[in-house]
Design a protein around this ligand. Sequence first.
Ligand SMILES: [Zn+2]
Length: 319
Amino acid sequence: MFHSVGSIKNNDCLTLAGMRVSVKNFNDQMKYISENYNTIHLRDLFLWQSGINKIPSRPCVISFDDGLSDVYNNAVPILRQYRLKATLFIIGNSLVNEKPSWLHEIYEILDSFSLSSCIDVFKHIIPSFRQNMEVNKESVRRGIKEYFLSLDRLTRLRLLRNIKNEYGGKLIRKPIYFMNAEQIIELSSMGFEIGSHSFYHERLSTLSLNKINEELKKSKIIIEESINTRCESFSYPYGGYSSFDDRVVGSLKRNGYYCACSTIDGVNYRNTNKFKLRRWFVKDKPVNYLTSKFGELKKPRNRLRSMVKYIAKKGLQYE
Ligand SMILES: [Zn+2]
């Protein structure tokens, strides 16, 4: 699982909260996958799980959440160079409005300041942030994200506008935009699978059932109308255990989705729940990090070890 592929500056505070992979590392990782694995779409995985089709040996799904424009600019040429398949999860609203989401705006604001300036900015804006005694990059990021997630969408957007009014202009680096509708249509016509990542990128488990249905239905309709192809795969925004529940899974099934990816760490087998598919969060690290992760899969006894690790990690969440 990837989010963003682009340049990483040494003075970045949080570099999109650790979700960006440099072009060099991404290229090396994709070269390794092309030489050692057969990429498939997520759709192929659930059809195989359902006994409908076969998949090649050493299968691997490459997925991207959020549909950020740097994936179109930096990752897609590399994927095409190595003839790799990939599944891209798009936020429905980005098809009508390619402006960045509140979360990515916050990440880019954080990236625009030094750590101490970030803390000053958010202490000023959020009174409760003063109580956060443990101050490091991770605690700042988590504190801000959790605070914003606790707000309803309109309050959140109002607060973000206040931050931008007060600290915008010279201090805030331009946030990353989503891919536009033309780019998404182009990727679909190139053969990439386009899945849904909801409509507004809300934490679905916190919404009413009506709102959940709306998120899933609206995003599916707008994606399918845009690319003229069925959208059957889904990726939960935020993706951890707390981001989905039985109501969300029920709504996915009713709305014609056949599978959903979490951000829970792990690999998938034939009997893995199709609505709790696991993924690896690929980090900005040299390719030997990826080779050692894949290497662990080759040893059967490591299945038990990774199961223990998986249980130990329960509750760990990524975006
Ligand atoms: Zn996301």
